[in-house]
Design a binder for this molecule. Structure first.
Ligand code: 3PG
Length: 306
């Protein structure tokens, strides 16, 4: 039995060691393909794998066709839009994720990027503070819940809009519910996006919503790049020169955004929300354990394809 870890963006070594320990205990072999630069390397490596652990790596039908022994793919993380679920189902492959395991890391990155932004990139000029500011969360999943907890502790006024109309979680956690998506953009100093990439959310944040933001507003995206309508966002930001866009997911039109938005476009060089030792350990070890459990007794609690 062999598990392949295929991560273009590697886990921390301590997480790989933890995964190896779990697999050793279950007498399962481990192969490591890190920092690969060509799809060909992935196609070769999956040829003999029975299970696959990935991060944001693209797993399409071509990869599955090259993996005749593959029974299970675990996305060590929350979002699984990088995996072709229908193709997996056709090939009889189970796909799972590890929800919540890296959520705190992403939430902490939001706070870090916000402080960097409102302190004017630490350039020595006088900035502003988060305490007393209104933070609006789009959706209330694991990342948003962690962010709400931290922001509340910092004295921010936190509210959330539930796109699936399930506000109870927000109420139970003690935060304000926002009735409409528009209201979220109208009333908050900072709007942070926490929806997955789905046919409904793709391209859903664009000109009209951004134009509704309050003066000097900040839009934060640590969720997915493709939920943004880039043309609309850049156009709105050209008109609203008071706004700032803070993101862990560089726009496809990155160079255009740098040219047109300048310092108002704050981005990480590489997606790094979940890139902490703790998050890698949480998600990586959960992935390994889920694979062991699946082969041991068919447990597929975290399956996301049917
Ligand atoms: C997730 O969906 O869990 C995050 O986007 C993390 O992605 P990464 O594993 O590529 O850092």
């Amino acid at each position: 039995m062999k598990v392949l870890i295929a991560t273009e963006k590697p886990f921390a070594p301590v997480a790989v060691k933890g995964i190896k320990d779990i697999l050793d205990e279950a007498s399962v072999d481990l192969e490591l393909l890190e920092k690969y630069t060509e799809k060909k390397q992935l196609l070769e490596a999956v040829a003999t794998a029975n299970a696959l652990i990935v991060r944001s790596d693209i797993i399409d039908e071509e990869v599955m066709q090259a993996a005749p022994e593959l029974k299970i793919i675990v996305r060590a993380g929350a979002g699984y839009d990088n995996i072709d679920l229908e193709a997996a189902t056709r090939h009889g492959i189970i796909v799972e994720n590890t929800p919540g395991q890296n959520a705190n890391a992403v939430a902490e990155l939001v706070i870090g990027m916000l402080i960097y932004t409102i302190r004017n990139r630490f350039n020595g000029t006088s900035g502003t503070e988060l305490m007393g500011k209104k933070l609006g969360l789009l959706a209330f999943g694991a990342v948003a819940q962690n962010l709400a907890r931290i922001a509340h502790g910092m004295g921010m006024d936190v509210s959330s809009f539930s796109p699936l109309n399930r506000p109870q979680k927000i109420i139970d956690a003690g935060f304000h519910v926002t009735d409409t998506l528009e209201d979220l953009f109208i009333h908050n100093h900072i709007v942070s996006l926490h929806v997955p990439s789905t046919p409904q959310t793709r391209g859903s944040i664009g000109y009209d919503l951004v134009m509704k933001m309050r003066k000097n507003g900040i839009l934060v995206n640590t969720a997915r790049q493709d939920i943004i309508d880039e043309e609309g966002l850049i156009r709105a930001f050209e008109e609203r020169t008071d706004l700032r866009y803070v993101t862990d997911l560089k726009l496809k039109a990155h160079d255009e955004a740098v040219a047109k938005l300048g310092d108002r476009y704050v981005f990480t060089p590489k997606k790094m929300g979940a890139q902490t030792a703790e998050a890698n350990i949480n998600a990586g070890l959960a992935a390994a354990q889920q694979i062991v459990d699946y082969f041991k007794d068919g447990n597929h609690t975290y399956q996301v394809n049917k």
